[in-house]
Design a protein around this ligand. Structure first.
Ligand code: PMT
Length: 410
């Protein structure tokens, strides 16, 4: 964690049960050599005491703009910091910050801060999925803030799903990674330096009318993890990302955002010729509505018939333009007879490797932070099976397989 040495970090905490994780987070930051100042919303003080956090951070903790008849200079704090970590970020605090409201010390410092801001949401699954929350998250990302994705798992309500705040190690890892990148001091060996990598990721949305679309459950996490890992290894990465709340940023990472399969196809086709390695991790809609209505389709009939037409198969089309030095990795998402279907896809799409993930495995596939894959390589017809791991670790395994192809003879 050497990239955090001497860094000045504001830890801003809002009122969620996940606040208990911030004691460990602050300890990790201090251990990594960072200087930490803690801010809390008044609600956060119900979940963890300022005394605990001031003891751990070795600095006073502020939870009001005015405390004990003195004014806490939020502008000075905003300018002092090298980074601000807002965690947990509740639905309420996200809404305030996204809309520029300012009635807490956390919001006042956020609005004054010139440093990068990272936010780690924490809430129940339905609050997280609510369009209002998603719109606020998107707005904060559009304002240049960095989302630390939520996890999937057991929630304080007893329900299970998306909305769990990232663990302390992940929070600190994001800051560490950011400063490592911005200082240009890579910690990972630059084993892919000079390589150009094209990655498709996320779902596609195929519009039915201005309101509705055909989509799927892909979050983009798997493809984004691959893109970040390849960039970490020194590759120049072009990520073509379908609709996703993720907003990855790293040195040597170019992101093109698309909505539909045809847009993804166009962007990938433009980048393909230059790439050494293409990884097709996107869940592309195989079909789209033949017609997109200009106006919202009204409910008039008992049944509505939609005519669908085939989308271009991006991987299969680009494979036909493959040059000798290029290597291609496809994914196979299966619900049954995975191995058999993966072998068929490997041959049909003429990939160098195919990554099989099946929805029969718990914690694998869409939306999870984890995945369980098998990698089938064409050259030796070998199937490597891996355990359930985080998508970041899965990305490492996939790129380790790809690296065995370097140096590739043209
Ligand atoms: O995004 P996450 O929530 O993290 O989920 C990750 C994932 C489950 C989406 C990912 O791991 C995955 O399996 N991606 C491929 C999903 C898929 O559509 O598989 P498929 O078996 O239908 O397609 C086979 C291959 O052809 C894939 O490489 C796919 O990207 C590609 N394809 C498919 C259709 C199409 N029109 N164009 C394509 O390029």
């Amino acid at each position: 964690m050497r990239h955090l040495e001497g860094k000045r970090i504001i830890v801003a905490i809002s009122g969620s049960i996940a606040a208990y994780k911030m004691a460990t987070t602050i300890r990790l930051l201090i251990k990594a050599g960072a200087e930490v100042r803690v801010l809390m919303t008044p609600a956060a003080t119900h979940f963890i005491t300022p005394l605990t956090l001031s003891t751990l951070s070795k600095n006073p903790v502020f939870s009001e703009v005015i405390s004990e008849e003195s004014w806490n200079n939020h502008v000075e704090m905003g300018l002092w910091a090298d980074a601000m970590l807002l965690a947990p970020a509740t639905a309420n605090t996200l809404a305030q910050l996204a809309n520029g409201l300012c009635d807490t010390i956390v919001a006042a410092v956020y609005l004054s801060a010139r440093c990068p801001v990272f936010f780690a949401p924490a809430m129940d699954l339905d609050m997280w999925a609510h369009p209002a929350t998603q719109a606020n998250v998107k707005r904060l990302i559009d304002h240049g803030n960095h989302l630390i994705p939520v996890g999937n798992g057991e929630l304080a309500s007893g329900l299970s799903g998306e909305g769990r705040m990232a663990e302390p190690e992940d929070l600190v890892g994001h800051l560490h990674h950011f400063f490592g990148e911005s200082q240009g001091k890579p910690e990972v060996q630059q084993t892919m330096a000079g390589k150009k990598v094209l990655i498709t990721a996320g779902p596609t949305h195929e519009p039915i009318d201005p309101v509705r679309y055909i989509g799927n459950r892909s979050s983009g996490k798997m493809g984004v993890a691959l893109a970040l890992e390849a960039a970490k290894r020194g590759a120049h990465v072009h990520l073509i990302l379908g609709p996703s709340v993720l907003n990855p940023a790293a040195a040597h990472l170019q992101v093109t955002r698309v909505d539909t399969a045809r847009e993804m196809f166009k962007a990938a086709s433009g980048a393909f010729e230059q790439c050494d390695l293409a990884i097709f991790a996107a869940a592309v809609a195989d079909y789209r509505p033949e017609q997109t209505a200009d106006q919202k389709i009204k409910k008039t009939e008992d049944a509505l018939r939609l005519d669908l037409v085939k989308n271009p198969d991006i991987a299969a089309t680009l494979e036909k333009q493959k040059q000798a030095h290029q290597r291609l990795i496809g994914f196979a998402l299966e619900t049954q007879a995975g191995e058999e279907h993966a072998r068929q896809k490997l041959n049909r799409k003429n990939m160098d490797a195919i990554v099989l993930n099946t929805l029969q495995d718990e914690g694998a596939g869409f939306q999870h932070d984890t995945n369980k894959v098998s990698i089938l390589t064409a050259a030796d017809n070998k199937l490597r099976r891996f355990e359930l791991k985080t998508k970041e670790q899965v990305a490492t395994d996939i790129l380790d397989v790809a690296e065995q192809w370097w140096p590739v003879k043209g």
